[in-house]
Design a protein around this ligand. Structure first.
Ligand code: MN3
Length: 202
């Protein structure tokens, strides 16, 4: 089977002014598209590998080569990232997730500080995550296109929030100011979707 690029669930300019239209277009139509193409190419050269879902590939990604790890990770991570953003999102986290974030980290403000610290301190390219691990919420980060469901992840868990901190995600608008891009992220979170992921994770 071949993987397909999912359409963005909103227009390229829908996340303005926080994430600009040109960045969103290039990020989705070129970067994410390239991960999908390169993943399919990698799988085509491994005919013995039968794959049902991207998740199944990720959970034992160490069995496959670097092309599957990098491009499969890129496909999984970006598919999740688009889903947990929305126009006019943000605000305080809602539902059970909102309560559990406050209980786990002290307050939503404390959680934001810790998450931002993980995102800003990831050296080079990678991702910051809010995950469920052993039944509890935790913050982690991964290098490159790795993610917490990979068997190679240092901290394993099920993602609830994802933030891309590759320069391609923010450089056109924010240049070297990754912290400003992270601050803008809080205006876009789709807490309803995050609650759906949280309910499925625990
Ligand atoms: Mn990216």
């Amino acid at each position: 089977m071949a993987f397909e690029l999912p359409p963005l669930p909103y227009a390229n300019n829908a996340l303005e002014p926080h994430f600009d239209a040109q960045t969103m277009e290039i990020h989705h139509d070129r970067h994410h598209a390239a991960y999908v193409t390169n993943l399919n190419n990698a799988l085509a050269t491994t005919p013995t590998l039968t794959v049902k879902s991207i998740e199944e590939l990720m959970v034992d990604v160490s069995k496959y080569g670097a092309a599957v790890r990098n491009n499969g990770g890129g496909h999984y991570n970006h598919s999740l990232f688009w889903k947990i953003l929305k126009p006019n999102g943000g605000g305080e986290p809602t539902g059970r997730l909102g309560k559990d974030i406050a209980a786990t980290f002290g307050s939503f403000e404390k959680f934001k500080e810790e998450f931002a610290k993980a995102a800003v301190s990831r050296f080079g390219s990678g991702w910051a995550w809010l995950i469920v691990t052993e039944g509890k919420l935790a913050i982690s980060s991964t290098p490159n296109q790795d993610n917490p469901i990979m068997d190679v992840a240092e901290v394993k868990g099920i993602p609830i929030l994802a933030l891309d901190v590759w320069e391609h995600a923010y450089y056109l608008k924010y240049q070297n100011k990754r912290a400003d891009y992270i601050a803008a992220f809080w205006n876009l979170i789709n807490w309803d979707e995050a609650n759906v992921l949280y309910a499925a994770a625990n």
